[in-house]
Design a protein around this ligand. Structure first.
Ligand code: SIN
Length: 270
């Protein structure tokens, strides 16, 4: 795919591209916006360097891709409820996203994508791994694809968020989604289960559900489906939540890694 208003450099053949020639906090032309949409459809996660995003600019950039979603598990910033802080330092007991997941798949309409901006990163470490769920699906055997077709999985937010915020008296979403979903833009099929939110496949016994889910999670850890992003200060990662999973590596304790994330609303998987 040729681009003329942005410079798109794939990081791997399957997933991930670095994008140059666009100031996300400045004026983005319609042509650049359209090409960013195209690059997202083609590469699933886009990486940007040397950006300066105020909270308002961060939200404005997100709105180029849809409405912003309020995080259903983590409280947002007091004056910017659409923005959640992603922060870890010497006092942290956990970090967000340490297990493989897609964001908020517990929602009835999980987000289309998330935009993470990190002005502060550790000297080394703190990478984010992304996995292509297209690649994971396509590498399944034909027999397994037939088996999974029509099955669903229960994605529950309660066991994820209640232990993190024991003082908050909230109800967290729980939703049932197809295990194989079709991307609304590309029409490609992808695997849509993740170890963080999914509790079981309701159509089969608990034993069978556990065995199948464990097989799928192990399958998704194949590095052939992955790209690993090495952050620098003021980098941005924008991922398509409908066809990827990600994992934040916490190998930099007690150093600080800090920034902000906005989430773009999505629709019900089919
Ligand atoms: C997240 O899961 O949104 C956090 C990703 C990261 O910190 O790299």
């Amino acid at each position: 795919m040729a681009y003329d208003s942005i410079d798109v450099r794939p990081v791997t053949l399957r997933i991930g591209a670095e994008v140059f020639g666009v100031d996300l906090g400045g004026k983005i032309s319609n042509r650049q916006r359209d090409e960013l949409h195209q690059a997202m459809a083609e590469h699933q996660v886009l990486f940007f360097r040397d950006q300066n995003l105020t909270h308002d600019a961060h939200k404005a950039f997100g709105r180029m891709f849809g409405d912003l979603a309020i995080h259903s598990g983590v409280p947002g910033l007091p004056d910017h409820p659409e923005i959640v802080a992603i922060h870890a330092d010497a006092n942290s007991k956990f970090v967000a996203g340490e297990n493989w997941h897609s964001d908020l798949t517990c929602n009835a309409e999980p987000p289309m994508g998330s935009i993470l901006y990190l002005p502060i990163v550790p000297e080394v470490g703190g990478d984010t791994l992304f996995a292509s769920m297209y690649a994971a699906y396509e590498a399944l055997s034909d027999r397994m694809k037939v088996y999974l077709e029509g099955l669903t999985a229960i994605h529950d937010g309660d066991h994820v968020y209640r232990p993190l915020f024991p003082d908050l008296d909230r109800r967290y979403p729980c939703s049932t989604h197809p295990i194989v979903r079709t991307h609304p833009v590309t029409k490609r099929k992808s695997l849509f289960v993740n170890a963080s939110y999914v509790t079981r496949i309701p159509e089969v016994s608990k034993e069978e559900s556990d065995a199948i889910l464990n097989y799928l999670y192990a399958h998704c850890t194949n590095p052939n489906f992955h790209v690993r992003f090495r952050w620098k200060p003021h980098s941005v990662a924008f991922w398509d939540n409908r066809c990827t999973q990600h994992l934040a590596v916490w190998d930099y304790f007690p150093q600080t890694r800090s920034g902000f994330r906005v989430t773009v609303a999505g629709d019900a998987p089919f």
